[in-house]
Ligand binder design. Sequence first.
Ligand code: HDL
Ligand code: ZN
Length: 440
Amino acid sequence: MTPPVSSKRQGELAARVEKAVLTTPVYDIHTHLYDPAFGELLLWGIDDLLVYHYLVAEAFRQFDLPYDKFWAMSKQEQANAIWNALFIEHSPISEACRGVLTTLNRLGLDVKKRDLPALRKWFAKWKVADYTTHCMEVAGVQRICMTNSPFDDVERVVWERGFNRDERFTAALRIDPLLLSWHDSAAPRLRDWGYDVTPQLSEKTVSEVRRFLADWTRRINAQYLMVSLPPDFRYPGDQACPRLMETAVLPHCREFGLPFAMMPGVKRGVNPQLKLAGDGVGHCDTATYENLIAAHPDNKFLITALARENQYSLCVAARKFRNLHLFGCWWFTNIPSLIEEMTRMRLELIGLSVTPQHSDARVLDQILYKWEHSRRIIARVLVEKYADLAATGWEPTNTEIQRDVQDLFGGAFDRFCGRHQARATQLPSARPAKKPGRRK
Ligand code: HDL
Ligand code: ZN
């Protein structure tokens, strides 16, 4: 019988695990950030942080002003209203509020003064190229995967014009309109773009949809295709969505060797007056995803579900299908209590063959808090799991711990995608916040 591990040894082990988790660079595999070449599409700075749609939803719970009065305000006026409602008139203890403060703290700013104008002055000194590098260095984020939609009119023209890419920003082809609004939106738009499609899914139309997918996969060098799905999505089915998945999207992914990422459980526009903040959550039918995956053994699937109640059945599904890779604590599940619950469940059911987190950041600076908060939770769970191993006499070495953490932070994802990236090196030792350059 192995003697119990002394608290000194447990402390040493915890320190080794925490160091690995806090210093290993991550690949942030799903965000709404943009390569700085996209200009204003890349959001950053204190006002964008404050008008993040998570905070808009929370602020309306404190506001008594009409929705349209808020939407008529300037970004700075909206930020002021949110700052007053959620930070000054009430303590900012929600995860999204705390996140703003963690971000400012990690930037070396003094939040004690609660001085929003002074904060604005500090951000105004930066230019986006320097600030992007600074945020990625401080957050320990090595690569950022964007969400790229040909159906976004502002984004599409930038891709069509062409630009020198920042290799730290990879791309994912987002196809929600193609699958969810085929008849009333995607089909006419593909026709406008020169693809000979009709609303009926004829053979010709399917081959033209595949040409569209191939053109955009090549144009953006897509790492995967992605769609978010409503709770009532069902497979098999004779609606356009499952049929286009079956006949165009999944064959395309097989041809290009790309995973298909599905994000089930979002109810769009539950409260349309909140605009981007108005989406809700619903349980998805795990059996539908089991059917889809079982019917396509040669496809690779990525899934992150929005409902807490779906996490367990999806973990069990991942045990059944090695071509299913779970990732992240998406959106409403990206809160400490659920990150801990989901990470613990995943490690206990599927070990290290998972990508426990992505940031879903919409504002560049958010990577500072989203990763700081998640690293600490993942570290806490891993310390416990490695301590359980040590209690059996299995002493994890530093090399093994580092290997495992690199896997969790993008290595397993890269291998699942069929890419064998050089093992991420240690983060450069934390550097003091650089003196900001001039904001462009
Ligand atoms: O559909 C998605 O990718 C979601 O992440 C939405 O963009 C959502 O608005 C969001 O930002 N969640 O974090
Ligand atoms: Zn997202």
